[in-house]
Design a protein. Sequence first.
Length: 113
Amino acid sequence: MSLPLQTLSADVCAAPQLSPEAMADVARAGFKSVINNRPDFEGGPDQPTSASIEAAAQAAGLQYVHLPVSGAYQSPEEIARFAELLKTLPKPILAFCRSGARSGKLFYAATTA
């Protein structure tokens, strides 16, 4: 599987929605941590849940954090939490959401504040 990655920095990338099955590929690609920025069921009942992705991530040896945020608005608190995760999670980090855009917006807001 080829991961559709957008490089945000030397040790942070963003991606569109990832499945539980993709977590092994994420680990093989060298990532150490995953941040899921997508709320459960945002895309309907067929979207994988955070719990299913977390279980697969942990089985692949990855750190996993669910930080669900709206696509339209990220609060100062959510941005601050993302900034804290960037400082504390093992790197490299892969953040994902529906398209990768909100993870990118969070990254830029967290690193330019």
